[in-house]
Design a protein around this ligand. Structure first.
Ligand SMILES: Nc1ncnc2c1ncn2[C@@H]1O[C@H](COP(=O)(O)OP(=O)(O)OP(=O)(O)O)[C@@H](O)[C@H]1O
Ligand SMILES: [Mg+2]
Length: 277
C-alpha cells in the first residue's frame, strides 16, 4: 500500500494541462450573523481524467462542501477550481452531482426520471424519441429495463440508487460528483451496486469525485483515497489503491486497504480530541 508521506507537495501541483479537475488553494468559510465556520483550509488537489477519487474524513471536515464547490453550487472564499483549465464559476452539465434517492421525482416513472436529465440538453431538447432511446440505454446499463414503466415507490432502495445513477449519467457529464452514494443499503445490494458501478466506470471512463464514510467502499471503488483532517479540512494524506478491477468488496486485499484507510481516520480523531502526543 502506498501512503503519501507528506501531502504538502500537492500545494505545488504539476502543470495545469494534465489535470481534468484542479482544486487550487481553495478555502471555504461560512459566515452568518452569529458565527464563522472555517470549513476548508487551503486545499489543493488534482484529479486526472477518468480517475475515481474518494474523499474520506471525519464528519464536518468539509467533504460535501468541496463537492458543492466543484459542482458550482457554492463559491470558494479563496482559491480557484479549474475544469480542463477553465475556471469553474457556477453549475454546469459538465459536472453532475448524483443526488440520492429522494431527489428522484416520485410523480414520474423510472424512464421519465432518467429522461428528465436530458430535457435541457441541446442535442435532445425537442427530440423525445432520442431522449427515450438514450434513457433506455442507461436503464440497460443499470439492469433496470424491465422497470422502465414502474413508479419510483415500487422500487427497492438499491433500484432507486441505480435510477439516480442512470439519471446522473444521462447527459454524459465529464465529472460525476457523488455524496455518500450508497447509505442504508444491505450488504448484498451494496456489493452488487459496487460491481455495477465499476463496470460502468470502466466502460464510460468518467472522472469521479465521491464521498464516503465507509473505508471498504473507498477501497473497493477508488483509484485514490484522499483523507481529510478534522475541520477545518485540509489534506492529510492520500492512499493509492493499486488493485485490478473489478474489485470485490469481500476481497481480503480490499479489506487490507480498508484497514489502512480506517487507521488514518482514527489518527485524525485522536488529533482532534487531543489524545495523541
Ligand atoms: N451552508 C452552510 N452554512 C454554514 N455552515 C456550513 C454550511 N455548509 C456546511 N457548513 C459547515 O461547514 C463544515 C463542513 O461541512 P460539510 O457538510 O462539508 O462536512 P462533511 O465533511 O461533508 O461532513 P459529514 O461527513 O458529516 O457529511 C461544518 O462545520 C458545517 O456545519
Ligand atoms: Mg457531508
Amino acid at each position: 500500500m502506498k501512503v503519501a508521506p507528506n501531502p504538502e507537495p500537492l500545494l505545488t501541483p504539476p502543470a495545469m494541462a494534465s489535470a481534468k479537475l484542479r482544486i487550487e488553494r481553495v478555502v471555504k468559510t461560512f459566515q452568518n450573523a452569529t458565527q464563522t465556520v472555517e470549513a476548508l483550509q487551503p486545499m489543493s488537489l488534482d484529479v486526472q481524467e477518468g480517475e475515481y477519487v474518494v474523499l474520506f474524513g471525519p464528519s464536518g471536515c468539509g467533504k460535501s462542501t468541496l463537492l458543492n464547490l466543484v459542482a458550482g453550487f457554492e463559491e470558494p472564499t479563496d482559491g480557484t477550481i479549474f475544469l480542463d483549465g477553465k475556471e469553474v464559476k457556477g453549475p454546469g452539465n459538465d459536472r453532475l452531482m448524483m443526488f440520492q434517492e429522494h431527489a428522484l421525482f416520485p410523480w414520474l416513472n423510472v424512464i421519465d426520471n432518467v429522461m428528465y436529465g436530458l430535457k435541457w440538453e441541446r442535442a435532445y431538447r425537442f427530440r423525445f424519441r432520442a431522449r427515450r432511446k438514450r434513457a433506455m440505454e442507461l436503464l440497460e446499463m443499470v439492469h433496470l429495463t424491465e422497470f422502465a414503466r414502474s413508479s419510483i415507490h415500487e422500487l427497492s432502495g438499491g433500484m432507486k440508487q441505480r435510477v439516480a445513477l442512470a439519471r446522473a449519467l444521462a447527459p454524459d457529464p465529464q465529472v460525476l460528483l457523488i455524496d455518500e452514494p450508497f447509505p442504508a443499503l444491505d450488504a448484498l445490494v451494496r456489493a452488487k451496486l459496487y460491481a455495477q458501478l465499476q463496470d460502468i466506470l470502466v466502460r464510460t471512463r468518467k472522472t469521479i469525485l465521491s464521498v464516503t464514510h465507509d473505508p471498504h467502499e473507498a477501497a473497493c471503488l477508488a483509484d485514490r483515497v484522499v483523507v481529510f483532517t478534522a475541520r477545518p479540512g485540509r489534506l492529510k494524506t492520500q492512499i493509492q489503491i493499486d488493485l485490478p478491477r473489478p474489485r470485490d468488496i469481500n476481497d481480503p486485499q480490499v479489506a487490507d486497504y480498508a484497514r489502512g484507510i480506517a487507521a488514518e481516520l482514527e489518527d485524525t480523531n485522536e488529533e482532534e480530541f487531543g489524545t495523541k502526543p
